[in-house]
Design a protein around this ligand. Sequence first.
Ligand SMILES: *Cc1c(COP(=O)(O)O)cnc(C)c1O
Length: 369
Amino acid sequence: MSDNAPPPVQIRADVLATPAYRQGAAPTKAGFKLSSNENPFPPLPGVLEAIAERSEVNRYAAAAMPELRAQIGAEFGVPGDHVHLAAGSVAILYQLVHAAAGAGDEYLYAWPSFEAYPALGLASGAVPVAVPLTATAEHDLDAMAAAITERTRVILLCTPNNPTGPALRRTEFDRFMARVPADTLVVLDEAYREFVTEPDAVRGEDVLAAHPNLVVLRTFSKAYGLAALRIGYGVGDPAIFRAAASVSIPLSVTGIAESAARAALAPEARAVLSERIAVLAERRDRLAAALRELGVAVPEAQGNFVWIPERATGGVPDALALAADFAAEGTLVRPFAGSGVRISVGEEESLTVIIDIVRGHLAQLGGAA
Ligand SMILES: *Cc1c(COP(=O)(O)O)cnc(C)c1O
């Protein structure tokens, strides 16, 4: 059947009009996969053993997972009932938007940002409101505050912003929160928090207590390298999470994911984790510097990825053309048509490949970035 054949049953017109999430295609020749911000390292010590021990795959896992939630809560100085688990933090984004924003209500986010945001309201009929980033690829918090209406139910802040890289500063976050109604849910999506090296960046742990309307999201998919197991978490008010649970798909977090996450939080794994994060952050800074040396205006990079903008903001003329040059070499990156290309920080050997491809791309265009 062709890819665009209509379904044989009646489907909502708004759903038909919305393309499904598409994972980056498999490379055609051996190269690097730098399209999904994945961790290039093997599993943390203890993780594979924990998975192997979880052999009762015929049983549903006990959904409450109190030990893991308490372990996470301790990091934030809150009890385990302030921690909500789901099959990836993207699942919590869906739950929160569904729980808070009904048909005709609005939810607000910066753009470009996480590709999942525009579709979060589709099933409930909530209206996505996207506020363009600044010229330096940061959240325009003044414009976002100005875009709040009496229908705004959820505000998503992505820091560091995927795909562009800059992190929100603590001072600008505080100023923004003072302009948000106290009964409007704010979600601080910190999927890449572990990679942040900017000392003035906001940190969920530091601001949660001051804002009962704030939920902090983190994930085991990126720094912890457990993307395939699908487990992420939110930290915030237990009553908000009871509402999220009401609209969640039950029993989505597997026992295997629970065991792996607990192993990843154990002290031996944490020590290795910190070393790997430092390696990736240093590699990121080196990659960003090398690209800037080629004349590309790479914005501040605080996640495990760098952003090559399109020319209007100091980069290449066509994101898709640059991504095609990468694909021709077997390396996958993530293009955002009309705005730029996101390149994940992966293996050390990928750096010279990236720099060579970008240099070649620019030379082919006549040298100028
Ligand atoms: C990767 C990512 C997530 C969530 O990943 P999960 O694998 O679902 O936990 C959430 N937010 C952003 C911005 C991301 O890039």
